[in-house]
Design a protein around this ligand. Structure first.
Ligand SMILES: NC(=O)c1ccc[n+]([C@@H]2O[C@H](COP(=O)([O-])OP(=O)(O)OC[C@H]3O[C@@H](n4cnc5c(N)ncnc54)[C@H](OP(=O)(O)O)[C@@H]3O)[C@@H](O)[C@H]2O)c1
Length: 367
């Protein structure tokens, strides 16, 4: 009988020279205040899940300065590892955070403000250096993103940041930052069976520029799972599902969704795995993709998700999924354009979380 210790370990990849991460990253947006719409998070169970994931080589975590309470929770994990309570040392895990200046202050972001937010992340995470800071800019029409990216470079030179990445940039704006001389190691964007917008331009740009593509939404907040087969009306259980239901509606639609689940289930049966494994494996198999992020909000899926690394998707099955998706509309525009421009998409995004929920603009107030 297969035991927990027999399960495959996570594959690893070099995100930057000398910097290795697990190819499936533990996503922590799910742990932020207000994310769960169904039941409260059991944080003891989540800590248990983290220890088990680390033990199986899933050593990399994704969070953000605007994920309320999450950097602090990961700081507790770091403290426990420093005390020798976990399966590895604190230096053997990687924590990726984000720097997301509020929409309302974009025009006035100063170096002092940026440094104060980075210092806050360092304090919350109980780290001396941030492994990766992924920079986000809500509105390209407000100038300043290149200057702020350079400020992050200054903080890298001061030793506060090890690597700089971006999130939710499209190809032309990412290229602008790279051409301005900021060494970007990774780009995080949504990429899933419902959302293939990276294939328009971002994937090929990342490949040509040597930037590692890190993807979220691979499981569409858990909607890409067998439990939804035959379910007519879906009541979202998380904010993540609210978002991905829109993406589903605008791509395969509800009828196509059920057919897709059937196809994935049929393919999964060849390998003795589940729908979610095939959804993840398909995205991990795209040429630009270094890592996918899979959200964790309990210990329920830990053993199951180790199986992602226990099989390879055949070229025939991969092609069958692509052929199926090609029969449906693609989400419009470049990466994150809908989220920036469409009222329907913009309406569900919180763009001023640093100030509203976290008192993050103390430094700016004094400017
Ligand atoms: N940069 C950005 O703007 C951005 C945006 C969104 C997300 N992210 C990052 O990406 C991470 C992932 O978030 P996401 O919203 O895209 O969610 P996701 O990873 O697509 O879905 C996560 C959910 O899938 C379910 N799940 C996990 N493993 C499963 C399995 N084996 N079988 C069935 N269901 C499974 C779990 O739901 P249950 O526990 O309910 O079963 C889990 O909460 C976030 O935590 C965050 O780090 C970044």
């Amino acid at each position: 009988m297969e035991t927990f210790s027999d399960l495959p370990r996570a594959e690893r990849i070099e995100l930057a020279p000398g910097y290795n991460v697990s190819r499936v990253i533990n996503g922590c947006w799910q742990l932020s205040d207000g994310h769960a719409l169904d039941a409260p998070i059991d944080f003891d169970d989540v800590m248990h899940a983290f220890f088990e994931l680390i033990e199986h080589g899933f050593t990399t975590f994704d969070c953000g300065d605007i994920y309320t309470g999450v950097e602090e929770f990961l700081g507790t994990l770091v403290t426990r590892l420093k005390r020798g309570e976990g399966p590895v040392c604190a230096d053997d895990i990687q924590i990726h955070t984000k720097y997301v200046p509020d929409l309302d202050i974009l025009a006035n972001v100063t170096f002092k403000h940026t440094e104060s937010i980075i210092d806050r992340s360092l304090r919350r995470l109980n780290r001396d250096t941030l492994d990766l800071v992924q920079f986000h800019w809500w509105d390209y029409s407000v100038p300043g993103y290149i200057e702020v990216a350079h400020d992050l470079l200054k903080l890298k030179e001061k030793g506060k940041i090890r690597n700089i990445g971006v999130t939710n940039f499209d190809a032309p704006h990412l290229k602008e930052i790279v051409d301005a001389g900021v060494p970007i190691v990774s780009c995080q964007s949504q990429y899933s069976l419902f959302d293939r917008r990276p294939e328009l331009a971002l994937s090929s740009y990342c490949e040509s520029a040597g930037i590692k593509h890190v993807c979220y939404g691979t499981l569409a907040g858990g909607l890409l799972a067998k439990r939804w087969e035959g379910v007519g009306t879906i009541t979202p259980e998380t904010r993540s599902q609210v978002k991905y239901l829109q993406v589903l509606e605008d791509s395969v639609g509800y009828e196509g969704y059920q057919k897709l689940l059937e196809l994935l289930e049929e393919i999964a049966a060849h390998y003795g795995v589940g729908v979610s494994h095939i959804a993840t494996k398909y995205i991990l198999g795209r040429p630009s993709v270094a890592c996918t992020i899979v959200g964790v909000r309990n210990s329920r899926h830990v053993a199951d998700n180790c199986k992602i690394f226990g099989f390879e998707l055949s070229p025939e099955d991969d092609a069958a999924i692509t052929a199926f998706l090609d029969g449906y509309p693609r989400l419009q525009g470049d990466c994150y354009t809908l989220e920036r421009e469409s009222p329907r998409y913009k309406g569900i995004i919180h763009m001023n979380v640093n100030e509203e929920e976290q008192g993050g603009n103390d430094a700016l107030a004094g400017e």
